[in-house]
Design a protein around this ligand. Structure first.
Ligand code: COA
Length: 708
């Protein structure tokens, strides 16, 4: 593509304005850095130009390097284009609106002046992609704001507002400008004012902040101490520390050379590949094939939640947190009060922990209103039903909603298993019915699985996705089937976990394997927190409905004995009073041994690898079946769901990304062997067999039909 399309050049009142233009966020695509450098060169050579402005077209400066370009050869690096800006003999002013992130901020740091609008957001988020700033950022940032703050910004990846940036010396002034034209005018005026100032203030030449930091005898040990231990567990975190230390002790050129070497190493690391993939997968999941390109779905401006149980309250909080007024409907005053109290308690805990201010809590609570009549929710843009999981109750709710809700209201269900179409059939407007399936706790977990029934309209789907996104959730579409996509693909993993116990694996071994894999906690420790009884009724229901259902005797027996988890002082582990530390309990081993004897299973030992593969291969196979049946759009959507619904370790990319690292052929072979050994539940998916035979990536699979 012609580089001029990315970087417009014009001269106004002796000021050259270079406008970077690559919608939607001006990510640094190939050609942009070249365009920028060409503009700087042209301005430097033009005697009529006394100063230069660099800015972004549209609402943003530059949101960073183009994520899709990592791992590919870049003819010009940010390092080079930033160096060209800093070296320019005429003053360069960065005029920042919206995002100046990563390579965007690095370019701004290489400019001699930085002005920003109030809505500017500044940061170096590379760490979230398993990287460090690679365009001189690790060297210029410490010189501008001091090593300690620079390291904090690099390790946290957090965004600063313009006001914060001003206070820290990251920007020179905050201007009042709304929109491109207004900012351009202000930037030209500012550039004119500084046109004659010499020497040029080059960040790369600043020494004051470094001198102040290194004059402290505790430096650089103090720097290392200030870095959070969890950041230093990651290679990118350790490399960031090394670069910032170099900024304080070496020359700019030496520091930049180190940054380049370490950045290159990270760019090619498995960890960064997985994190970059996760970034793309979650954004891809938001895309609806077949949706009109120019569609602008209406936002949900008012919402209602039916049922004030754990899920209902969590969803209400998620709405209130995102600024949407929400009414919570319950049929009894006691249940309503219990739900509202749960909501108040959740907010109070946040205030106590310091993650929310009292006024912000009051504002959120002010958005939540309890009601007891359907008529009181009739005018809401969307209603989410979160009542007890029984078909007849759900049908009743939907019939009632059909009577009262205004035309065009979204009629949504948080059901985790019931056929959407059964609920749609209870209304005269099946096109308006869809699933909005949240994960517990709904105000914390980021996944909203949008379930499409056979009659759900595209408009409903688009508006539901927008609603979820506006609530800060990652949305992905599932077709209507038992368990939908997220839970359905995870169930086999949970089943194999339990069956491995019968065969001789121990809960503490499985937990250790999964923690080593990257989960913050093992599945049994988590189950002790969520409660063993939660899935107990569901299993009973499934067993009653399906004579072939393989019973999970161990957890059932624990529940029958009153071992429901932490709340009863014992579950998979034993707990001391007032302490959440899990202790291995010989009683559990006895129960497992008894079950194995009763079933005639000879126990054996398991390798860590077998434990991991047996769980995850079962789920990979199921995910392939889901795609085969056309219940999901893409393999990568499964990953977005696992990352945000179940806390799958992000540096592993997701279930399917991890599966690709093992290889479809290896997985297929093993699944086939287990099919022979364990029977029908391991029947290999035809799609898995196909990829194994023909090659390709599981994460790139497309659903074999439109999900519905
Ligand atoms: N490269 C390529 N595309 C990018 C991008 C990047 N660095 N940053 C954002 N985009 C794209 C997204 O893919 C999305 O495209 P789509 O609409 O086709 O899906 C679009 O820009 C909007 O991004 P989105 O994340 O949906 O919007 P947001 O307002 O919620 O968040 C950002 C915007 C910039 C904060 C967020 O996208 C982000 O963190 N980007 C990565 C920034 C980064 O890490 N930069 C450093 C790389 S060196």
């Amino acid at each position: 593509m012609d580089q001029r399309e990315f970087a417009r050049y014009e001269v106004v009142d002796g000021v050259a304005v270079i406008t970077l233009d690559n919608p939607p966020v001006n990510a640094l695509a190939p050609g942009m850095r070249e365009g920028l450098m060409a503009g700087v060169e042209r301005a430097a050579a033009d005697a009529a130009v006394t100063a230069i402005v660099v800015m972004g077209a549209g609402a943003h400066f530059v949101a960073g390097a183009d994520v899709r370009q990592f791992g590919k050869v870049r003819p010009v690096s940010t390092r080079a284009s930033a160096a060209a800006l800093e070296a320019c003999a005429k003053p360069v002013t960065a005029a920042i609106d919206g995002y100046a992130l990563g390579g965007g901020l690095e370019h701004a740091l290489a400019c001699h002046y930085r002005i920003a609008t109030a809505r500017a957001r500044l940061g170096v988020p590379e760490i979230k992609l398993g990287l460090i700033p690679g365009g001189g950022g690790t060297q210029r940032l410490p010189r501008l704001v001091g090593p300690e703050l620079a390291l904090d910004l690099i390790l946290s990846g957090r965004q600063l507002t313009a006001a914060q940036g001003l206070a820290l010396g990251l920007v020179d002034t905050v201007v009042d400008a709304d929109g491109y034209e207004a900012l351009r005018a202000q930037a030209i005026a500012y550039a004119g004012q500084v046109a004659a100032v010499r020497p040029l203030p080059r960040v790369g030449e600043r020494t004051d902040r470094i001198a102040a930091a290194t004059s402290d005898p505790a430096f650089p040990a103090s720097l290392r101490k200030a870095a959070p231990a969890k950041s230093l567990k990651l290679l990118a975190g350790r490399h960031a520390l090394a670069c910032v230390e170099a900024a304080a002790t070496a020359t700019l050129d030496e520091g930049i050379a180190l940054e380049q070497a370490l950045f290159n190493e990270l760019e090619n690391s498995d960890e960064s590949r997985a994190l970059r993939y996760a970034f793309s997968a979650e954004r891809e999941a938001a895309k609806l094939p077949g949706a009109p390109v120019d569609a602008r779905p209406d936002p949900v401006r008012s919402a209602a939640v039916i049922g004030a149980g754990t899920m209902g309250s969590g969803i209400a909080i998620a709405f209130a947190d995102s600024g949407v007024p929400v009414r919570v409907l319950e049929s009894s005053a006691e249940a309503l009060e219990r739900g509202l109290q749960r909501i108040r308690d959740t907010y109070a805990t946040r205030v106590k922990r310091g993650s929310l201010s009292q006024p912000a809590m009051d504002e959120c609570l002010g958005r939540i209103r309890g009601v007891m009549q359907y008529e009181d929710i009739a005018d809401c843009d969307a209603v989410i039903e979160a009542v007890f999981e029984r078909v007849d109750i759900k049908q009743e709710v939907f019939a009632r909603l059909d009577q009262v809700m205004k035309p065009g209201a979204l009629l949504l269900t948080n059901s985790s298993a019931i056929d959407i179409d059964v609920m749609a059939a209870a209304t005269g407007r099946p096109g308006d019915v869809a699933g909005a399936h949240f994960f517990a706790p709904a105000n914390v977990m980021k996944l909203c699985e949008v379930v499409r029934g056979p009659r759900t309209s595209m408009d409903t789907l688009m508006r539901t996705m927008k609603m979820g996104r506006d609530m800060g959730k990652t949305c992905a579409v599932a077709g209507s089937c038992d368990g939908f996509v997220a839970n359905r693909s995870r169930t086999p993993m949970m089943t194999e976990l339990m069956l491995m116990l019968e065969e001789g694996a121990r809960p503490e071994q499985i937990d250790r394997v999964m923690v080593a894999f990257g989960y913050p906690m093992g599945p049994f420790a988590v189950n002790d927190i969520s409660g063993l009884d939660v899935s107990y009724e569901g299993r009973k229901r499934r067993a009653a409905a399906n004579p072939d259902y393989r019973k999970l005797h161990v957890p059932d027996r624990l529940v029958d004995m009153g071992r429901k988890g932490q709340k009863t002082g014992a579950g998979w582990y034993r707990y001391e009073r007032g302490d959440r530390t899990p202790h291995v309990d010989p009683a559990v081993e006895d129960i497992i041994g008894t079950v194995a004897r009763e079933l005639g299973i000879t126990q054996r030992s398991f390798s860590d690898e077998e434990i991991l593969q047996r769980q995850l291969f079962a789920s990979v196979n199921e995910a392939c079946r889901i795609l085969e049946e056309g219940k999901a759009y893409r393999g990568s959507d499964v990953d977005a769901m696992w990352l945000h619904g179940f806390g799958f370790p992000r540096h592993r990319g997701g279930l399917m990304f991890w599966a690709d690292s093992v290889g479809a052929a290896t997985i297929y072979r093993q699944v086939s062997q287990w099919h022979e050994a364990y029977g029908p539940r391991w029947k290999p998916s035809a799609l898995l067999a196909k990829v194994a035979a023909e090659g390709g990536q599981l994460r790139e699979l497309r659903g074999q039909a439109e999900p519905a």
